[in-house]
Design a protein around this ligand. Structure first.
Ligand SMILES: [Zn+2]
Ligand SMILES: [Zn+2]
Length: 336
């Protein structure tokens, strides 16, 4: 099968992914073999390909927002032809302290799709049968792909921030995850304030009904109840903190940050303000979000790339050149 393969992490301008033929994965007990129909492109893939996340394998096929069709390993719940999604958490041990307390997102021995095991920048992918999710029928393959990480982890960020219906919520950065989170927030009757770089991202936030939209360093005109940051930048976290009311929460939706700068405790954190990271996701997050996405008819904006353009897709994510999400596909289900 054809796949995009990472051997040595390098800056994306050097095209670290090699498009080549590799053996199709062998079916394994407890797993389903999927014919990949589309795979979302996430900033975490960029961190893996560029080496900000330390390599876990000598050779890796990235990609953790897989829309696929079951072709082998079918079960009664997952017959051949079932369309399913695979996300960043590809499996957990089910036995550690966290798994036993409904915190499988913090599992001590997790499997990460497209990082500790091969992912979906390929024609086929293997996934644990108990970690795949049925997808809303209303969305085609390409538009379902960004729900699987950008969507689910954006949704978890809203939960971690403790968003209540009707609150004032700030989104700092307006990429793949934020453009889905804003629709969930509107379904919850929240007012959304967006600070982001890039005129086209600001236009998109306006078109999706943000109450206020400003540039990267503009401060929202009201005190926020909650804020979610999406940029891999600690400066943005401090900006978000400076916008909160007492008792407010910043949730950081980023697996990697450049650094956290020094900041003034008395002015910014005192008053029971909180900063929380958002780590991974649980299967309950995935199921709850996919159900909500179907109910509110969430419709991601997606720019499509071919598998041969995997490096270009990641370069576009890096330079914020895309409005909404990027995905590889759709791939034809027959043949290639
Ligand atoms: Zn565990
Ligand atoms: Zn992701």
């Amino acid at each position: 099968m054809k796949a995009a393969i990472l051997t040595i992490p390098q800056p994306i301008q050097k095209h670290p992914l090699r498009i080549a033929g590799v053996p199709r994965p062998e079916a394994e007990p407890g797993h389903v073999l999927l014919k990949v129909r589309a795979c979302g492109v996430c900033r975490t893939d960029l961190h893996i390909v560029e080496g900000e996340l330390a390599p876990r394998r000598q050779q890796l096929i990235p990609g953790h927002q897989i829309v696929g069709e079951v072709v082998e390993g079918a079960t009664t719940e997952l017959p051949v032809g079932t369309r399913v999604g695979v996300s960043w958490i590809g499996g957990t041990d089910g036995t550690c302290w966290y798994c036993r307390r409904n915190m499988e997102n913090l599992c001590d021995a997790p499997t990460f799709t497209g990082y500790s095991v091969n992912g979906g920048y390929a024609e086929y992918a293997l996934a644990r049968a108990d970690f795949v999710f049925r997808l809303p029928a209303a969305l085609d393959d390409l538009h379902a792909a960004p729900l699987l990480c950008a969507g689910i982890i954006g949704f978890r960020s809203l939960r971690v921030a403790g968003v209540e219906p009707g609150e004032r919520v700030g989104l700092f950065g307006f990429g793949a995850s934020a453009h889905l989170a804003i629709e969930v927030l509107h379904a919850w009757k929240c007012d959304v304030y967006v600070s982001t770089r890039g005129a086209s991202h600001r236009r998109m936030a306006e078109s999706l009904g943000a109450k206020w939209v400003g540039a990267e360093t503009d401060k929202p005109p009201v005190e926020l109840d909650r804020a979610i940051t999406f940029a891999p930048s600690g400066d943005v976290v401090v900006d978000a903190l400076a916008s909160l009311r007492k008792g407010g929460v910043v949730a950081i939706n980023a697996i990697h940050l450049d650094r956290i700068p020094q900041f003034d405790y008395d002015r910014l954190l005192w008053g029971e303000r909180q900063i929380r990271s958002v780590a991974n996701m649980t299967r309950a997050d995935a199921r709850d979000f996919l159900q909500l996405a179907a109910e509110i008819k969430l419709h991601p904006k997606v720019t499509s790339f071919t598998l041969d353009q995997a490096n270009e897709a990641l370069a576009a994510v890096k330079s914020d050149a895309i409005d909404g999400a990027a995905a590889i596909g759709p791939q034809s289900v027959d043949g290639g």
